[in-house]
Design a protein around this ligand. Structure first.
Ligand SMILES: CC(=O)N[C@H]1[C@@H](OP(=O)(O)O)O[C@H](CO)[C@@H](O)[C@@H]1O
Ligand SMILES: [Mg+2]
Length: 559
């Protein structure tokens, strides 16, 4: 009686769905920074329950479309996972994570029913079908994907009145884009997505300054698709991309290789070696790498025919390139004092993992650089506070966000400047508009991010080497430490300082002062049961030694 009674059919539907996929003893799912992930064959209970959460979220938001994607990103092919996309196209509201965890771990169908009823009451959600709900579904190429998508559909149907729409096999950012567009009353099909990015890319190229010709070498680009969905999609749009000669390797086609196995952005960024399929013949060619669900992007160069190491351009350097380009356009419009036609709040967001050299580079440009905790949801939220907010994690997650109001101002500015069609200011404004169309406004997107990189390199007439030379990364080292309870570490200052256990930060400080350009922090991972140690210093050996010393302190104190 304390809870609103949604009626018998709603109760029956929830009990039935929960009984279909019982939670095994001892299973504990945590939504964390990347949704639920585990071996694909064990994922059905969590996926079914994520379906219930997604449908409830849609009811709560008055029937707005919510997304659910079946993917485990850069994890091995046997794993799978599920992530929920909020109605604005971003990640699911963090306020709903505790409920999602509780639901995924509810031990019995009845426990699940009680949780849903209580939560619906707390959130003011009326169950029973009086309000509609819609969930857009997608999956990547994993073998358990089709099965788990069906499981998700069953979870969604357990909320009476909800509709599941299967959007097909997509990159994660494509689904985010569709949800965002749909809820804004914009065109939202996959064809619309392709049209928008190919058209805005073409538009940006048309806006490259006339005095700059085309360089043959610069058109060639080899993309490592991680044998996932990103490569397949890129193959589809390749013919529509002017002034680019793209070759996709690890494309995800039958027989080409295994998803994420010795390839993909995660592999290249962590190991700093060539992905499978790349070799001596690629020396001098610009290469890019996507992760398994194409929401991460890095670039690299094969350094020499005899080496398997790569020159890496990570998220920090992609961010720096975008920042330079946008800043150039803003300077044309506003003058260096930002007091011209379109005064703009321009912000750059990084995490503690950003290479110190990149932060220094950005600060030397006089830019506002702010730090957040690790995880795209934190960066994205911060970037939304600006007229133009650029964010990237070092590992290649990131995008450029344009505030709606700012885009309106930009549009009216270009309209006002119409008489001077060829004026530098008009051109710059049009470039910014095209950029806001090209780069995914919902979430980081390897395909659209790559096209923006390519457009900016052409705009600047820059070789890969010019880009690399923006600044030199400080050598860094990352270690993982297994401890009894990683949550014993509590951090502050965007994870750059430890506040608990007491005394640990002092020990880190004492180590750091021994190193030139030394920087070090520790934090509990949000996705693995480890404490991560990151150290930076002026040489590789020094960075390693600093990381090891601090890891020993962590081991000793936390066991
Ligand atoms: C050092 C690092 O790369 N951390 C990654 C990793 O988070 P951890 O909380 O560090 O496990 O996975 C996140 C989700 O993919 C990603 O956003 C983040 O950047
Ligand atoms: Mg990913």
């Amino acid at each position: 009686p304390a809870m609103a009674d949604p009626g018998g059919s709603q109760r029956t539907a929830l009990l039935a769905a929960a009984s279909l996929f019982p939670v095994p003893d001892g299973a504990t799912f945590s939504y964390g920074t990347a949704g639920f992930r585990a071996d694909g064959s064990t994922m059905a209970p969590a996926v079914c329950r994520a379906g219930i959460v997604a449908a409830l979220r849609s009811v709560k938001l008055g029937g707005a479309a919510v997304g659910l994607v079946i993917t485990a990103s850069h994890n091995p092919v046997g794993d799978n996972g599920v992530k929920i996309v909020d109605a604005d196209g971003g990640m699911m509201s963090q306020a709903w994570e505790p409920f999602s965890d509780a639901l995924a771990n509810a031990p019995t169908p009845d426990a699940l029913l009680q949780l849903v009823l209580q939560f619906a009451k707390d959130e003011g959600i009326t169950l029973g079908g009086a309000h509609s709900a819609q969930v857009l579904l997608a999956r990547d190429t994993r073998p358990t994907g089709e099965y788990l998508l069906d499981v998700a559909t069953k979870g969604i149907s357990a909320i009476v009145g909800s509709v599941a729409l299967d959007m097909g096999i997509l990159t994660t950012p494509q689904l985010h884009w569709m949800v965002r567009n749909k809820n804004r009353g914009l065109k939202a099909s996959e064809a619309d997505y392709f049209t928008q990015i190919t058209e805005s890319f073409r538009h940006l190229l048309e806006l490259t300054p006339d005095d700059k010709g085309i360089d043959e070498l610069n058109e060639k680009l080899i993309v490592d698709g991680a044998n996932g969905i990103g490569g397949l999609k890129l193959e589809q749009i390749k013919p529509n991309l002017a002034r680019l000669d793209i070759l996709v390797r690890n494309s995800g086609k039958e027989g080409e290789g295994i998803l994420n196995e010795r390839c993909g952005a995660d592999f290249v960024q962590k190991e700093k070696v060539l992905p499978l399929g790349f070799g001596p013949n690629d020396v001098g060619v610009r290469c890019a790498s996507f992760d398994g669900d194409a929401d991460r992007l890095v670039y690299f160069h094969v350094t020499s025919p005899s080496k398997t190491s790569v020159d890496l351009v990570d998220g920090d350097k992609i961010l720096s390139l975008f920042v330079l380009f946008i800043r150039e356009q803003l300077d044309i419009i506003n003058g260096k004092d930002n007091k011209g036609l379109l005064p703009t709040r321009f912000g750059v967001v990084q995490t503690a993992y950003a290479n110190g050299a990149s932060t220094e580079f950005l600060k030397n440009l006089g830019l506002e650089v702010v730090f957040t905790s690790t995880g795209v949801k934190y960066l994205h939220k911060k970037a939304l506070e600006y007229d133009i907010g650029v964010y990237f994690e070092a590992n290649g997650h990131g995008t450029v966000l344009f505030n709606d109001d700012f885009v309106s101002r930009l549009e009216s500015l270009t309209a006002r400047l119409s008489e001077a069609a060829g004026s530098p200011q008009k051109q710059a404004a049009l470039r910014l508009l095209a950029t806001s169309q090209l780069i995914n406004q919902a979430v980081g997107d390897a395909i659209s991010g790559m096209l923006l990189v390519e457009a900016v390199l052409q705009h600047k007439r820059w070789s890969f080497q010019n880009w690399c030379d923006l600044y030199t990364d400080l050598p860094s080292k990352q270690l993982k430490v297994k401890v009894k309870d990683r949550t014993a570490i509590v951090t502050t200052d965007a994870e750059r300082k430890v506040c608990q256990p007491s005394g640990l930060q002092e020990l880190i400080d004492k180590e750091v002062v021994n190193y030139s350009h030394g920087r070090c922090f520790v934090r509990p991972s949000g996705t693995e049961d480890v404490v991560r140690v990151y150290a930076e210093a002026s040489t590789v050996e020094a960075a390693e030694s600093l990381a090891k010393s601090v890891a020993r302190h962590v081991e000793r104190i936390l066991g």
